[in-house]
Design a protein around this ligand. Structure first.
Ligand code: 5AD
Ligand code: SF4
Length: 448
């Protein structure tokens, strides 16, 4: 059936779900539509709503369908008309035509094709079918407008896709193969971000530490070389990167943590599980021991580094003994923070068909125990930073008068009362610690 034509939208809203790469993509879609003359507004009032979706865990797809229903009902009640709806992100990539069939949305666009949004919106307005889930080798970034207004801490995607094929994960299917953006494009975008007000840049990639490319002189290198190039950008104060895979954590990058002052002492290095048997079934290609030895090397290079990770409980076949190994790994690492999830079978992935799927109540109970251990370590990490003096990048205003919230070098949320403004870097002493944040008091830096 041919979709009904709609008037071309004049206002839009983008709602992003899931990972930081989706947040970055959502921002770039907004910039693209603003450059086309559309005005950003509240989702309640927009002529066009882009749902930038996530497919990593279960119910994401069902949630998208119920969101679509809710948006339509709301818009009808408010102004009696249906907004144009575009589905972007990984659910768009995985579901494709099915979303148009089931929910009659106007546009479906995958994560590698969103530079074509203006064309797709125009097609939808003409009542034509507007679906693009292509994965062109040529990257979309060259077709996007320049960065103009950015927050003090900005994201910059440098690498996309994944070749690792962990048996539980949809990313290699929805985001495609590993591709690194070229050096010069990244350096140019980083400079544009700094000119637009960014003080900190977080380099993003599904496997960011697998980034490789040629530098300005034609020599090939890894993420550490790129970080050293960004280190030379005047006005840029801090560099971070996420997410990394243990197998791509090379010596040069570890050394960068010892040598590059702007590189923050924080590393998100997912391990997923503590048992070698489960790691093998997950196709993780590292062992518990190789992971722990890697962390020893990172800590030797940067003793104050804050460590973070991702965990999955209840992977098919996980016994109580396997899970106990996850808990003991957590005990020996003492993470500063971490994310933990119940295993969720994703259609089309090898693990979804494995024997030994774990009952929901067992997963719930294991997740609770794991999170109790992770929370304990996070609180202990925060408490151990009390008394430290560090630079704080102020990112937003707090709820109380005069309160500002920023990030410490170790990625803790720090709140303080100060006359400084968002975007300032201030010297603070951490004076008290809670489970999820710490409090700071401004210190006047002593002139050298
Ligand atoms: N079930 C549960 N968690 C998953 N993750 C990825 N796929 C799944 C899945 N099928 C988690 C991993 C990954 C994080 C981004 O999401 O821990 O590191
Ligand atoms: Fe998914 Fe594994 Fe790739 Fe991470 S490394 S994106 S978990 S397949």
């Amino acid at each position: 059936m041919k979709p009904a034509s709609k008037t071309a939208p004049r206002t839009f809203a983008v709602k992003s779900f899931g990972c930081q790469m989706n947040v970055y993509d959502g921002d770039r879609m907004s910039e693209l539509m603003s450059a086309q003359g559309l005005t950003a507004t509240d989702p309640d009032q927009a002529d066009l709503i882009v749902l930038n979706t996530c497919h990593i865990r279960e119910r994401a797809t069902e949630k998208v369908y119920s969101d679509i229903g809710r948006i339509r009902k709301h818009a009808m009640a408010r102004h009696g008309k249906n907004p144009m709806i575009a589905i972007a992100g990984c659910v768009a990539q995985a579901e494709g035509e099915e979303i148009v069939r089931r929910a009659k949305v106007d546009v479906v666009v995958g994560p590698q094709a969103y530079h074509n949004l203006p064309e797709l919106i125009a097609k939808a307005a003409r009542g034509e079918s507007a679906l693009d889930t292509g994965m062109p080798v040529e990257m979309k970034f060259g077709h996007l407008p320049a960065r103009r207004r950015v927050p003090p801490s900005a994201f910059l995607t440098v690498q996309e896709g994944c070749d690792k094929f962990c048996t539980y994960c949809v990313v290699p299917y929805t985001r495609g193969a590993e591709v690194s953006r070229p050096w010069a494009h990244i350096v140019d975008e980083a400079k544009a971000l700094v000119d637009a007000g960014a003080k900190e840049i977080t380099l993003l990639g599904q496997n960011v530490n697998a980034w490789e490319g040629e530098d300005g002189s034609g020599a090939s290198g890894g993420l550490d070389g790129l970080i050293r190039a960004l280190d030379r950008i005047e006005g840029l104060k801090r560099i971070r990167y996420t997410t990394s895979h243990p197998n791509d954590m090379r010596e040069g990058l570890i050394r960068a943590h010892a040598e590059v002052e702007k590189l923050m002492p924080f590393l998100h290095l997912p391990v997923q599980a503590g048992s070698d048997r489960i790691l093998k079934a997950m196709n993780r290609s590292h062992t518990r021991d190789s992971y722990l030895r890697l962390l020893d090397r990172v800590r030797a290079a940067r003793p104050d580094i804050a460590l973070s990770g991702d965990f999955i409980v209840g992977f098919p076949g996980e016994t109580e003994a396997d899970f106990a190994e996850t808990l003991s790994l957590v005990d020996s690492v003492a993470y500063a923070q971490a994310f933990s999830f119940k295993y969720s079978p994703r259609p089309g992935t090898p693990a979804a068909d494995m024997a030994g799927q774990i009952p929901a109540e067992v997963m719930d109970e294991r997740l609770q125990r794991l999170q109790a251990a992770l929370n304990r370590d996070q609180e202990a990490f925060n408490a151990a930073t009390v008394g430290r003096t560090c630079a704080l990048l102020l990112e937003r205003k707090g709820k109380l008068p005069g309160q500002l919230i920023g990030k410490s070098p170790w990625l803790q949320s720090v709140h303080l009362v100060s006359d400084a403004v968002v975007g300032d870097l201030v010297e603070v002493e951490i004076v008290s610690a809670g489970a999820n944040s710490v409090a700071g008091v401004e210190r006047v830096p002593v002139a050298a």
